[in-house]
Write a new protein. Structure first.
Lengths: 108, 413
């Protein structure tokens, strides 16, 4: 067994048509704030580009992590921007389905 | 034997100070042994001692070069040294009238030289001394005396450190006790005080808290009403007092709504509205499953609504296990949402199990949302008493249980 990948923001990709935040590792009560802080941090620019939160490399997410994603969505949308989620089939998608929140997101 | 002339005026308070440091008869300790070794080397003497003067003896916390742990409180040396705030210096004990009667001087030990600096507490009590001893007479310089006093301060600092470390430990224990009391009080709003007795139903529940000093966010309720019985289980995101207060709000909202209304979907809708209105808790949500049971023709009619929560399982009398419910959103985040109900009919011997994700993870492992392992545990427990089913689930969780876990087992009689 390999050790779990620690949480981290892999990259923030500043493209002309979107700002993409790529997260990896485990999002739980210890790291949830770092996730939504990273999203909050890109809202400063004035271009109004959509924000994409890419959690395809997130290996584990608990209810606190889910809260951070919901919070991120609200932060982006209340700034008048589009919020999209990049998620692969797997544990994270299952968590969203089980929480009944999948239909509340736009996906890419 | 103790000499009254040796007693400081404040002896009772001084002894209280000695006891406060809780050092008498404690095991040897490297920190003090290093100081006595250093003192012996600095003075080029064979013996150095950290002594604590007790009511009727002088006990040695550290005794470098001397294989004795305590001596009587005889005048002339340490017992006299603590009467003064300045170092007590004896250049040749055999001719010094203050010391020549002391057993260590007069006896075969043959002490000749003694220099002791008092160990003075912050509030001015002399606990004992740091002293250096030789079998030969000698003079000491002012610098050497200053060194001895400085080393005595080091000993005192070490003693103060210990006392504050001990205080911190006991303070932490006290805070933990208080936190446990607070947690237990908060928990009272999350679950009924006793196993509810409901006619026609056999009910058992478990409420496991991972840490006693930290209240969990799980809640459950059994509500007996005019129309039948409501069963509720839920989980507030996070832990701690805020999560618990949110869970308490959720439990009592569902309780109140379902007292008058058997529709579990409407109950979750009302819950969502109430939670969304408490703006202070905007960054929180609750997941819940609500069930109504009504006796009717052909059996007990079960209706369930689910808000972002694991679906209740029905363990039929023949051992089949089925999940029931349609997933709606977790409650308290999105405004104006609706839930739908799923329905079935239960017969005598059928059992419905409501639970939080702590049970799933306790059985299948962390992060598991699949209920397959739980179903496998339940199947052989068909037709068992509710408490036996609950005990079986406890057993299946075993040592895996890390998170909070709540579950409610209800068998139709």
């Amino acid at each position: 067994m390999t050790d779990p990948v620690p949480f981290g923001i892999d990259s923030v990709v500043d493209r002309s048509d979107e700002i993409r935040i790529v997260a990896r590792g485990e999002v739980d009560i210890g790291t949830e704030a770092a996730l939504s802080d990273a999203v909050s941090a890109v809202l400063g620019d004035s271009t109004g580009r959509p924000v994409v939160l890419d959690v395809r490399q997130v290996s584990f997410m608990d209810s606190s992590g889910l809260r951070a994603v919901l919070r991120s969505r609200d932060l982006v949308m209340s700034a008048g921007r589009k919020f999209r989620l990049a998620v692969s089939r797997g544990a994270v998608q299952k968590l969203f389905d089980a929480a009944g929140v999948s239909s509340w997101f736009e996906y890419e | 034997m103790t000499h009254s002339a040796l007693m400081p005026d404040n002896e009772d308070e001084r002894l209280a100070a000695v006891n406060r440091y809780d050092i008498l008869d404690t095991p040897p300790d490297g920190a003090f042994d290093r100081v006595t070794a250093l003192a012996a080397r600095l003075f080029d003497v064979p013996i150095a001692i950290v002594s604590i003067v007790d009511s009727d003896r002088i006990w040695f916390k550290s005794h470098h070069g001397l294989d004795v742990e305590e001596i009587g409180r005889d005048p002339g040396l340490c017992a006299s040294a603590i009467l003064s705030d300045r170092p007590w210096l004896v250049a040749d004990a055999k001719v010094d009238p203050r010391t020549l009667a002391n057993p260590l001087v007069a006896g075969e030990f043959g002490l000749r030289f003694y220099a002791g600096a008092p160990l003075t507490t912050g509030d001015g009590f002399n606990l004992g001394t740091l002293c250096v001893i030789d079998h030969e007479p000698r003079e000491v310089t002012d610098d050497e005396v200053a060194n001895l006093s400085d080393l005595a301060s080091v000993v005192m600092d070490e003693l103060e450190l210990r006392i504050s470390a001990r205080r911190t430990v006991s303070l932490e224990a006290e805070m933990r006790r208080r936190a446990e009391t607070v947690a237990a009080s908060l928990q009272e709003s999350l679950i009924p005080p006793v196993v509810p007795q409901v006619e026609g139903l056999d009910v058992a529940w478990r409420y496991h808290v991972a840490q006693l000093d930290q209240v969990g966010g799980d809640f459950y309720d059994v509500v007996t009403t005019d129309w039948g019985t409501a069963l509720v289980v839920g989980d507030s995101c996070g832990r701690g007092p805020l999560a618990a207060s949110y869970a308490g709000t959720a439990r009592w909202t569902l309780h109140t709504v379902m007292m008058d209304d058997p529709d579990p979907a409407r109950a979750l809708e009302r819950l969502n509205t109430v939670l969304c209105r408490s703006r202070g808790n905007r960054d929180r949500y609750v997941t819940a499953a609500a069930v109504s049971l009504q006796r009717g023709s052909g059996g007990t009619h079960l209706s369930v609504a689910v808000g972002g929560h694991p679906h209740p399982l029905i363990l039929r009398g023949d051992g089949t296990v089925e999940a029931i419910g349609t997933t709606g959103p977790l409650a308290g985040w999105f405004s104006d949402i609706s839930y739908s109900t799923s329905d079935t009919v239960l017969q005598a011997g059928d059992t419905v199990v409501l639970f939080t994700d702590g049970l799933l993870e306790g059985i299948a492992g962390q992060g598991q949302t699949d209920d397959g392992a739980l179903r496998a545990v339940l199947a052989p427990l068909a037709r068992r008493m509710a408490d036996e089913v609950a005990a079986g689930l406890d057993l299946a969780m075993g040592a895996n249980r890390r998170d909070d876990a709540a579950f409610l087992v209800t068998r139709i009689l």
